[in-house]
Write a protein that binds this ligand. Structure first.
Ligand SMILES: NC(=O)c1ccc[n+]([C@@H]2O[C@H](COP(=O)([O-])OP(=O)(O)OC[C@H]3O[C@@H](n4cnc5c(N)ncnc54)[C@H](OP(=O)(O)O)[C@@H]3O)[C@@H](O)[C@H]2O)c1
Length: 291
């Protein structure tokens, strides 16, 4: 039985990974921060050596993009040094390593989709710290998959889809930025792809998002349309909605890695959103009927 250790197992991606892997017959060790703090080198070495997983899927991260601008040390400690600890421990026991990275390693100045060989140049602390993690993985591990993904949504944790659905219940008209374009990614589609990758020896960097692209404004509009919610939504510019961290204006990912290694194409994000909204409804109905 293949043993898989998942870090950040209580996060939005980690939660879905643990459920899917368990249902698929893997022996899964899902570790939240309280069970495995990736910044604690001794703890990482002890737990990894004790479990001896065949594969480590490293989802744990500092993910607060704006707050990272004020907590630079903490962001690099978790995303850089924490990833170094995982990479070294995984290499010591010859486990394969899947490291989750981000479209924010790019600066957004391109006008065509970024592929896996495009030059990186992050413009905020979060992106820089995740890139530091990529460097540590390349430096300390020999059988790795670096999976760059973007704009994640799913039933667990906080994400854009849930925020929009919550805001639509208010009375204020909604304003959403229209000049940042990227690729939404449904956790379940990402999980599926990660599992396919990790079963192979086709190591390297992969861009994994749903296909198609949109602005945050277009994404919000589609959420409301598919949910049959009538609400007033207006486009705005990044300048009109200033945030502490700069964001790439264009971070559309090209999936060259999947293509040239003969992996299946990812579903379109509108199709993914439809399945996610159904999953959210099923979860809501399930929890209501248990009350
Ligand atoms: N969300 C996105 O749109 C997006 C886009 C591109 C890439 N990614 C990457 O995809 C991965 C999964 O993202 P996600 O959305 O699932 O993130 P998430 O929901 O924020 O989950 C990350 C988890 O890591 C945990 N964590 C933080 N510090 C830790 C530490 N020192 N030791 C162990 N665990 C720690 C967090 O716990 P606490 O919450 O208790 O701190 C959280 O449960 C991350 O690597 C992220 O960088 C995400």
């Amino acid at each position: 039985m293949t043993k898989v250790l998942v870090t950040g197992a209580e996060g939005q991606l980690g939660s879905d990974l643990v459920s899917f892997l368990t249902l698929s017959g893997y022996q899964v060790f899902g570790m939240g921060k309280s069970e495995l703090d990736i910044t604690n080198e001794d703890e990482v070495n002890r737990i990894v050596a004790l479990i001896k997983p065949n594969i480590i899927i490293h989802c744990a991260a500092y993910t607060q993009v704006d707050q990272a601008e004020f907590e630079q040390d903490l962001a690099f400690l978790i995303n850089g040094i924490g990833t170094r600890n995982i990479a070294i421990a995984a290499e010591n026991i010859h486990a394969k390593l899947v490291y989750l990275s981000t479209d924010y390693v790019f600066d957004g100045s391109s006008t065509t989709p970024y592929h896996e060989f495009s030059p990186v140049s992050p413009i905020n602390i979060y992106g820089s710290s995740k890139l530091a993690g990529e460097h540590f993985v390349r430096g300390f591990h020999s059988k790795f998959f670096i999976v760059r993904t973007s704009w994640i949504f799913g039933v667990h944790g906080n994400n854009f889809v849930k925020t929009m659905l919550k805001l639509a219940k208010g009375t204020e008209p909604l304003t959403v930025v229209h000049d940042q374009v990227g690729c939404p990614t449904y956790t379940m589609d990402l999980v599926n792809c990660i599992v396919k990758l990790m079963e192979t020896s086709k190591f390297g960097v992969y861009h994994v998002s749903n296909t198609g692209s949109c602005s945050w404004f277009e994404f919000a509009k589609e959420v409301f349309q598919q949910s049959n919610i009538l609400t007033t939504i207006k486009p705005c510019t990044t300048e009109e909605f200033p945030r502490p961290a700069r964001r790439p204006k264009y971070s559309v990912l090209d999936h060259m890695g999947l293509r040239i290694n003969q992996f299946a194409a990812m579903p379109h994000w509108k199709n993914a959103l439809n399945r996610c909204l159904l999953q959210m409804k099923r979860k809501e109905t399930g929890s209501l009927s248990q009350e």
